[in-house]
Design a binder for this molecule. Structure first.
Ligand code: 5GP
Length: 135
């Protein structure tokens, strides 16, 4: 199945995760392979808060899904699972989040997945209005 490239902002090579990938900024690395790099978030929101990023210029999850080669998509998502497993999160569970665009709260425009673990997450995800609140 082919997916049309989404309308999105252009990739900015000066974004902070691109700089981490190039080794220009440090990170607390937990995993690296040919497809991905995973490191601890600089401002953790849970006892475990790790970011997994692909090794490629993808702005968002939609950009990644539309443009990345299949082996990259598979390799990236397997890395997400491996990182969570290797961090010991499988038995108790964890949450993965990918913020997309302004309404999603995306701040860094290099696609990344957050892995949250080490505590029970709120059932509510964000402060989302109930469907019947919408005008
Ligand atoms: P977003 O809102 O884009 O999904 O999340 C961006 C995340 O990147 C935030 O959780 C933020 O704390 C993290 N972050 C921003 N700058 C840095 C940095 O220089 N190093 C690391 N390790 N994380 C960062």
């Amino acid at each position: 199945m082919s997916v049309d490239a989404p309308m999105t902002v252009a990739y900015d090579r000066s974004n902070v995760f691109a700089r981490i990938l190039r080794g220009e900024l440090p990170c607390k690395k937990v995993h690296e392979d040919e497809f991905s790099l995973a490191f601890h978030d600089i401002a953790p929101l849970a006892p475990v808060h790790v970011l997994v990023i692909p090794k490629g210029e993808y702005v968002s999850q939609a950009d990644f899904g539309a443009k990345a080669p299949p082996e990259m998509i598979v390799g990236f998502w397997r890395a997400v699972s491996k990182v969570a497993h290797d961090l010991g999160l499988d038995p108790e569970g964890y949450r993965i989040v990918a913020n997309h665009g302004p309404n999603g709260g995306q701040l860094v425009f290099h696609f990344h997945v957050h892995i949250f673990g080490g505590r029970t997450m709120s059932h509510a995800m964000g402060s989302m209005p109930k469907p019947d609140d919408a005008g």
